[in-house]
Design a protein around this ligand. Sequence first.
Ligand code: GLY
Length: 310
Amino acid sequence: MSAVLVVHGGAWAIPEELAQASVDGVKTAAREGSSVLRSGGSAMAAVEAAVRALEDNAVFNAGHGATLNIDGEVELDAMIMDGKTLASGAVSSVKDIANPVSLARAVMEKTSHAMLTGRGANLFAESIGFSTVPADSLVSEFERKEWELRKKYMKGVAEDFKLKLAHDTVGAVALDCAGNVACATSTGGIRNKMVGRVGDSPIIGCGGYADNLIGAVSCTGHGESILKVTLARLILSHIERGKSVSEASQLSLQTMGDRVQGAGGAIVVSPSGEWAATFTTERMAWAAVEHDVLWFGLEPNEKQKEMLHQ
Ligand code: GLY
């Protein structure tokens, strides 16, 4: 079984000033995740490592660099899912956690629940000695400036997406050498969201899903639209009915556009190692490692490659 790892840095109208850093960031995260797989690590460990790298990079909307809510605060959501057992863990509306994906994994492994939110998630973090950071340390200079600028005239998150100002989410999917798949997704949500708003990212079947019998998906895009069509599970349903991972992603994103006028993107890997990175927004930074090749792209239909060990 040949291992595969795919990451995305969010589907949105990525401005020129963030384009190169976004591509560099997903390539770095893909290398991190694939090195876990190459050393015999599990798909779960690989997606966690890749998403941590994206959360630590302030160019992306997750962990450091997350977008701010209407009160100018960070509120983070994340999930992780193991395709072997269908176990999952998630956190929502956490404020002072630099790597929510790891706290989501701890929810999965150390509690009998699937999601903890807000204060409860923080109490749990404290109870297991999970490290916290000052919430303000997660705010990037770029995001503080954007928030100051947009809050003057933004009425709501829907306008943010119409005006293509949204800044969205990170994720990873992996297939390991033992044939197990996993997914992880992490986000700051949507700029100017209401306090306590939770989008698709931590919701199983919407922001992500993993099942060894079908494949693993991580989604990005307008959360309220993704929730309406349960995008991750919709993609897997098409695969169950015989579509390729690429066809299944395209069909599902088209359904989201047609039915609820939502734009977004998805990365997918199947148990046989077939993978895809698909989006209906202007751009999505993505990278994938398969054998010794690092694939990456930003624009629609762009697929570049370089050898992994360059
Ligand atoms: N897709 C991320 C969010 O809407 O929160």
